[in-house]
Ligand binder design. Sequence first.
Ligand code: NCD
Length: 320
Amino acid sequence: MRHLLDTDTLTRDEAIRILDASAQMAATQEREMRKLPTLRGKTVVNLFFEDSTRTRISFEAAAKRLSADVINFSAKGSSLSKGESLKDTALTLQAMGADAVVIRHWASGAASRLAGSGWMHGHVINAGDGTHQHPTQALLDAFTMRRHLVDDSAGKALDGVTVAIVGDILHSRVAGSNIPLLRTLGAKVVVVAPPTLLPYGMTDRDDLDVHYTLDDAIEAHDIDAVMMLRVQRERMTGGGSGFFPSPEEYTRLFGLDGDRLRRMPDHAIVLHPGPMNRGLEISAEAADSPRSVIVEQVSNGVAVRMAALYLLLAGEEAPQ
Ligand code: NCD
C-alpha cells in the first residue's frame, strides 16, 4: 500500500491487516511508556484546508507517539489562504522532505490529485476530501465495531454484523467510506435517510437496504451498531435549506433517542464521528448512554492512524 486515499480500493486482506495493526497499536497505548521509536527521523505533514479538531489532533498524536516529526500546515494563517495552489504547496512540502502528507480538503478528489500528481514523493493519507471519502474514520469505526461485536483477534472481519447508517448520507464522506469498507468486511449495511439526502442511484443497489424512517429500520432489522451522521448544514447549499422540512421533523423521523435505542437489541452500540448536533440527530440520553462508544471512537482513532502511518512508512514488521 503506497497511499490511503479511499476504502473502495482496499482489499479485504488489506483492511483486516490495518485493523490487526491497530489492535497492536492500541495495546502499546495501554503501557506506561506510550511512545514508540518506529518513525524516528520521518516527517509527517498535516495539511488541513478545512477546519478540523479531532482528526487533526488525532493524526498529530498518532505521528508523535511513533516518534515522527510533525509539521502542521493549516489554511488559516498560512499562504494557503492567499490562494496558493495545491501544486505549489506540494512542491514546498517536497522541498521540506515530507515523508507522509495527511490532507484534508474541501474538494472531493484533492487527496488523489496530490498522490497522483508527481509533485511530491511522500505517502498521502486522505483525512477527508469534500463529500467523497474519509478512510481512517471508516477504519476506526470498523475497529470499534470489531472490538465490541466480534472480537479483536487477528484476522477477524465483520461478517454477519448489521450496521445502520442514519442521516445525511448525501453529504457525508464518513458514509462514503463506511459503506464500501463495511461491505468489504462482510457486514450488512442498512441506510436510513430522507430521500433528499440519499445519493442518486443508492435505492437501486441490491447490496444495501434503504429505509426512510429510523423506526422502519429498527422494526425490520436486528441492528448491532447504529451510526448516526452529523447533519452537514454547511454543505447544504445546492438545494437551499430544502433537504428536510424542519429540524423538528428531522429529529422526529431520524433522530436517535433513548426510546429508539431501547427498541434495538440489548447489545447494540451507538457510534457518531463527531462533532455531534445534540438534540438534532442524537439526544443527550443516547449520546451519553452506556451503549454509546462515541468517546472510545476518538481514542481508537489514534491507534488506527498510528497503524496507517506505520504500515505506509515503516513497512510490515510488527511494532516492538
Ligand atoms: C467528520 C468529517 O469531518 O467528515 N468528522 C470527523 O472527521 N471527526 C464528520 C463530520 O464532520 O460530520
